[in-house]
Ligand binder design. Structure first.
Ligand code: JFZ
Length: 487
């Protein structure tokens, strides 16, 4: 659908419907909101671009990541079929852990492959959605703890191409769509836990305790005959891989971790390694959904959910509102990090429509205000983040951190971007700094009309015009003399 038609439709129709029309879906499915069950024909496969050359320095290697700020995480595997329910009963916890939580034997769980046929999968539509949401990279589960490869692996027949009626390689299709859209593409790969393999970590219900697998050599055998060769396939057959997201490093000694590092470096020296391999990577991954309280040096990323699960669960429709996602994105960017935000597609291959719709609302805001986010630097302030309560305690009986959510600041040399989430009745009070102010305007104002500042008792107050404000947030640009803020 062309962009003009899309935007005129957007004025007339509810968002979820626009998303349905735009992103390929028309009888409404109660699970994902999809309006069609028609299958989407597979794309014609064309050659992928070659891997990128070795970067000249760590800064060069990190450059795209520092610019990107916002990525799409995709958890997709066999677990999206049970979708949080086994033998008619809901299973508590995150959806992709159902095999573990319900202690499902491999012999039963693996039968899910025989019915997995996500015929509405449309790589182009997913990547277009990510692009329209303002995301600059995509990281998808190539193999999660369940052990099932979501690509055509020659190492193990337990993969989507060989073991399912779908008989397609969605990772290959996504790699192609990402290349076409200029979106970076990377893989989640569960290197340690593999519940399908006798030597993989984690499946104690079929294969006994992990330490026995470690001692007997079964774990190393698994690493050397499945995990390492599969990582090799992923780095050899899918074009440039921007990063590999290893996870839950059980029994990952330094030596075992180093073998993965060497493999990645030898095949794609520009590929980043996340913070959960077990030996240090190129950046730090925070705990899931954990946003630091203040600015953090170095390169880091917050992996986060749109609801309360990574893999699709039919009973979890508690999607974060666009305003919440936007706040978190700007909050994280202002502290120096990236936001890797997850969606869990259904067994039909659809990203739930309400989830898409919320992301697209964020994308429309970013279309106007991108300058405050991509490649922008940390906040030179800090008092906006919050403070410790003098009365309330957290669960460890330490003073509770109360975060403030009125505004955040990102920066470039000579420019401050105040993203204002709550504008007070009297206007926006600038935090104290010594630099002279050259100009002040709203980023959404193409003519950059200067907004006057009133100073009373050394407090500078900006009063943006109220008529054209965005309901979620507005960015006030303050151009200052000097590259750095002096306080
Ligand atoms: C892991 C996985 O087990 C989970 O299924 C999902 O893929 C998630 C992104 O990563 O879960 C973790 C791993 C590490 C932490 C929390 C959850 N942690 O360090 O806080």
């Amino acid at each position: 659908m062309n962009t003009k038609l899309k935007s005129s439709l957007a004025l007339l129709l509810p968002l979820s419907l626009v998303a349905a029309l735009t992103y390929g879906c028309s009888t409404k499915c109660t699970m994902c909101g999809s309006r069609s069950t028609a299958s989407v024909p597979p794309p014609v496969l064309t050659p992928l671009p070659p891997a990128l050359p070795a970067p000249a320095s760590q800064d060069d290697k990190m450059a795209w990541f520092r610019e990107a700020k916002f990525g799409l995480f995709i958890h997709w595997g066999l677990y999206c079929q049970p979708a949080g329910e086994w033998q008619g009963k809901p299973v508590a916890g995150i959806g992709e852990w159902i095999m573990n939580r319900a202690q499902i034997p491999v012999s039963e769980y693996s039968r899910l492959a025989t019915t997995f046929n996500p015929v509405q999968f449309d790589a182009e539509a997913w990547v277009q959605m990510a692009e329209d949401a303002g995301m600059k990279y995509i990281v998808i589960t190539s193999k999660h703890h369940e052990g099932f490869a979501m690509y055509h692996s020659l190492v193990s027949p337990y993969n989507i191409y060989d073991a399912t009626p779908f008989h397609r390689d969605p990772i290959r299709e996504l790699a192609q769509a990402c290349a076409r859209h200029g979106i970076k593409f990377g893989f989640y790969y569960s290197q340690a836990q593999d519940w399908h393999e006798p030597g993989g970590a984690g499946n104690t219900w079929d294969f006994g305790p992990d330490d026995a697998k470690d001692k007997s050599g079964a774990y190393d055998k698994y690493l050397q005959t499945k995990a390492e060769p599969q990582v090799r396939e992923l780095l050899s057959n899918y074009g440039p891989v921007c990063l590999i997201w290893f996870d839950t490093p059980r029994m990952m000694t330094k030596e075992r971790g180093q073998r993965f590092v060497d493999l990645v470096h030898s095949l794609q020296p520009a590929c980043l390694i996340d913070g959960r391999l077990g030996t240090s990577g190129d950046y730090v991954s925070t705990g899931d959904n954990v946003i630091p309280n203040a600015t953090l040096d170095g390169d880091w990323e917050v992996p986060a959910t749109m609801n309360h699960t990574w893999g699709f669960k039919k009973d979890d429709t508690d999607w974060k509102a666009p305003s919440d996602v936007l706040f978190k994105l700007v909050d994280i960017a202002s502290k120096g990090g990236n936001y890797l935000l997850n969606v869990g597609p259904t067994s039909q291959g659809i990203i739930p429509l309400e989830c898409q719709s919320n992301l697209l609302t964020v994308g429309r805001w970013l279309k106007v205000n991108h300058e405050a986010v991509y490649g922008a630097g940390r906040s030179p302030f800090g008092e906006e983040f919050g403070d410790y309560s003098t009365k309330l305690k957290d669960k460890n009986n330490k003073p509770l951190y109360l975060s403030y959510t009125d505004w955040r600041c990102t920066s470039r040399p000579g420019k401050l971007y105040f993203t204002i989430f709550k504008l007070g009745r009297d206007g926006f009070e600038l935090p104290a700094f010594k630099n002279e102010i050259k100009r002040t305007y709203l980023l959404s104002d193409a003519s950059q009309t200067d907004i006057p500042i009133t100073t009373t008792n050394n407090v500078r107050l900006v009063q943006p015009p109220r008529n054209s404000l965005n309901a979620m947030a507005n960015v006030l640009v303050v151009e200052i003399n000097g590259d750095q803020v002096e306080r």
